[in-house]
Ligand binder design. Structure first.
Ligand SMILES: O=C(O)[C@@H](O)[C@@H](O)[C@H](O)[C@H](O)CO
Ligand SMILES: [Mg+2]
Length: 402
């Protein structure tokens, strides 16, 4: 069996997506996601100029060998561009293999470990009152777990506060918009949000919060400690993780569960965090961390230390990644939770899929493969549109982490 063609499809049905389609000499094809928010065209070039020429003629059934070929074979290892390109190939090949086996993907991974996959939605508002109301809306929609982010008085366009109620899209400008940050203000305000949420809705729902890499280890420790009475499911990206050792300080000072990893590309980004049990949830996902082949290894390492998965699932991960993640989540023994930011109707139409939301859970379908396709004719109606994530500056102008 041979790969006879592969192409990259770039489309922007409300936001940009990069999709790889691999075709075989037996008529079976596979689809993979290669979207890298704000740097999309770098991955397009990587795939078109450097991966596809090697792929043609390869046997698509040799997933592991092809993964190693592109990982070891590039000589230059890791990084978001390389690992997204590898992920796109890997997911398309798993899609092909599952279609050939006439099985939904989770069956090939080892079968079902659970019926549905608990997800968390994103509630946000410009202040505490608005955010509390938004959390109430998610509870009404049946969510069991909700991430809460609030605007903070004195901070310009704080991370996580969207313009709409259900859809949130941070990559919103032709050039990066400039937002603000003030740690002292956030440290005073955020605990009050969670206190009000628990006073209003009690303790029956899981609540989550994202620090989005903006606190120092000691500030993260202060916030984690302040949030302890409100029993968070997790405090995410409490501090940047390039220095994995930084989490030791946070860990020593708070029992609030810690989650990290949406920007990780390989198991090496998380090895110390996992082996020293400095985190509770690993947020790496299919498209970010080299596809199913690599994420599976990362999850297995995490399981040795009772660390559970919590795959990144923002809107910049296409329905192809969401569909594949749901098969992974349905199988993975140490599953924790799945992030679920809804895509717009335009995006859902371009990527027909068989997963569905019901009572706070997502369910993957039974279609052979990962269950997500691309409508190429429709995709062609939405050409690429440059869009950047915002940047952040402190009040004195210093660049900070958005
Ligand atoms: O937890 C999350 O989903 C966020 O941190 C993301 O919204 C992140 O900002 C985007 O994926 C960036 O592209
Ligand atoms: Mg995050």
């Amino acid at each position: 069996m041979k790969i006879v063609a592969a192409k990259v499809i770039v489309c922007s049905p409300g936001r940009n997506f990069v999709t790889l389609k691999i075709e075989t000499d037996q008529g079976v094809y596979g689809i993979g996601d290669a979207t890298l928010n704000g740097r999309e065209l770098a991955v397009v070039s990587y795939l078109e100029d450097h991966v596809i020429p090697c792929l043609i003629g390869m046997d698509p059934q040799r997933i592991e060998d092809i993964w190693q070929y592109f990982y070891r074979g590039a000589y230059w290892r890791r990084g978001p561009v390389t690992m997204r390109a590898i992920a796109a190939v890997d997911v398309a090949l798993w899609d092909i293999k599952a279609k050939l086996a006439d099985m939904p993907l989770y069956q090939l991974l080892g079968g079902r470990s659970r019926d549905g996959v608990m997800v968390y939605g994103h509630a946000n508002g410009s202040d505490i009152a608005e955010t509390v109301e938004a959390v109430g809306n998610y509870i009404d929609l049946g969510y069991k777990a909700i991430r809460a982010q609030t605007g903070v008085p004195g901070i310009k366009d704080a991370y996580g506060v969207g313009r709409g109620k259900l859809y949130y899209e941070p990559a919103d400008a032709d050039l990066p918009s400039v937002t603000g940050w003030d740690t002292a203000k956030a440290l005073n305000y955020v605990p009050r949000l969670f206190e009000t949420l628990r006073d209003t809705y009690g303790y029956d729902h899981h609540l989550l919060h994202d620090g989005h890499h903006r606190y120092t280890p000691n500030e993260a420790a202060i916030l984690g400690k302040a949030l302890e009475p409100f029993r968070l499911f997790w405090f995410e990206d409490c501090t940047p993780a390039e220095n994995q050792e930084a989490f030791r300080h946070v860990r020593q000072h708070t029992t609030t569960p810690l989650a990290v990893g949406e920007i990780f590309n390989t198991v090496w980004d998380a090895r110390e965090l996992i082996q020293n049990q400095l985190i509770d949830y690993i947020r790496a996902t299919i498209v970010g961390a080299g596809g199913l082949t690599h994420l599976r290894r990362l999850a297995d390492l995490a399981s040795l230390y009772q660390i559970r998965t919590g795959c990144h699932g923002a809107t910049d991960l296409s329905p192809v990644t969401m569909g594949t993640a749901l098969h992974f989540d349905t199988w993975v023994p140490n599953f924790g939770i799945q992030e679920y930011m809804r895509h717009t109707e335009e995006t859902d139409a371009v990527f027909p899929h068989d997963y569905r939301f019901e009572k706070g859970e997502l369910f993957c379908g039974e279609t052979p493969g990962h269950g997500v396709d691309i409508d190429e004719a429709l995709a062609a109606k939405y050409p690429y549109k440059r869009a950047y994530l915002p940047v952040a500056r402190l009040n004195d102008g210093t660049m900070w982490n958005w």
